[in-house]
Design a protein around this ligand. Structure first.
Ligand code: ADP
Ligand code: MG
Ligand code: MG
Length: 249
């Protein structure tokens, strides 16, 4: 489903990704772990097409489409979704309108009928309920005045509404207390199935107790230096990144 080969990219003239090879088959959830500054967010931005991140080599295909050649909107319409590490506040933009506009833009690009306000609200209320989010979070401006945990929940609300085929979750667990972590994890697990894949970026093994990954990859200095099963996350938790990095070198 997602196939990345020899991907290199730079930001502001600085080479950050130094040759990423990664395959995420349909239906699988892969975790990416790694120290701060290793390029995890950069990888997620490059895959979603954020401006300012220049691909200098390699390929990334999603269901046979050359992702890197597509505009961010076209990637989203294919079902690629990024939950930001630092969700952006949008003053003056109503959360429900924002979500409906995003959903309908994708439906339009896919040739599907758009949802009217009533249809959308029904869908959105079901999603907020599942995520134990108060309904007023739909009425408020996007992320404005939201706590760190509420912002992360709002990213998962977006995911629940947009129903992506590939979700990239960039440190969605940071800022969540244990209860919120469970709810967010249930939100991700609810999406799991043969047509859903995810890249779950996290520092902590604790998230992976709730979202049990099929594979775990360690990203360090712009390269995947080791891959393994869920037990690799436990090993990292116990021994830290340094020993794995030293071993790879
Ligand atoms: P991670 O998510 O693994 O913590 P990032 O992908 O955010 O790492 O960052 C990787 C490296 O790229 C870091 O050294 C960071 O300082 C640098 N970097 C990321 N974004 C920018 C930017 N917009 N301008 C300059 N350097 C950046
Ligand atoms: Mg970081
Ligand atoms: Mg990051």
């Amino acid at each position: 489903m997602l196939e990345i080969k020899g991907l290199t990219a730079r930001v502001e003239e600085k080479e950050i990704l130094k040759g990423i090879d990664l395959v995420v088959p349909p239906g699988e959830v892969h975790a990416i772990m790694g120290p701060n500054g290793s390029g995890k967010s950069t990888l997620s931005y490059v895959l979603s097409g954020r401006e300012g991140y220049e691909v200098t080599g390699g390929t990334a295909t999603f269901e046979g489409h050359d992702l890197l050649a597509l505009e961010p909107e076209a990637r989203a319409a294919l079902g690629v979704f990024l939950a930001f590490q630092y969700p952006v506040e949008l003053p003056g933009v109503n959360n429900a309108n924002f979500l409906r506009t995003a959903l309908n833009a994708q439906r339009r690009l896919r040739g599907e009928a758009e949802l009217d306000a009533v249809q959308f609200l029904k869908l959105a209320r079901q999603a907020t309920k599942k995520l134990s989010m108060p309904d007023d979070m739909l009425k408020r401006n996007v992320n404005v005045g939201f706590s760190g945990g509420e912002k992360k929940r709002n990213e998962i609300l977006q995911m629940a509404i947009l129903q992506p085929r590939l979700a990239i979750l960039d440190e969605t667990d940071s800022g969540l207390d244990i209860d919120a972590l469970k709810i967010v994890s249930e939100g991700v697990n609810a999406q799991r199935g043969p047509n859903f894949s995810a890249l779950v970026i996290t520092h902590y093994q604790r998230l992976l107790d709730h979202i049990v990954p099929d594979r775990v990859h360690v990203l360090a200095h712009g390269r995947i230096i080791r891959s393994g099963g869920p037990e690799l996350a436990h090993e990292l938790e116990a021994s830290g990144y340094a020993s794995v990095i030293a071993e790879a070198a």
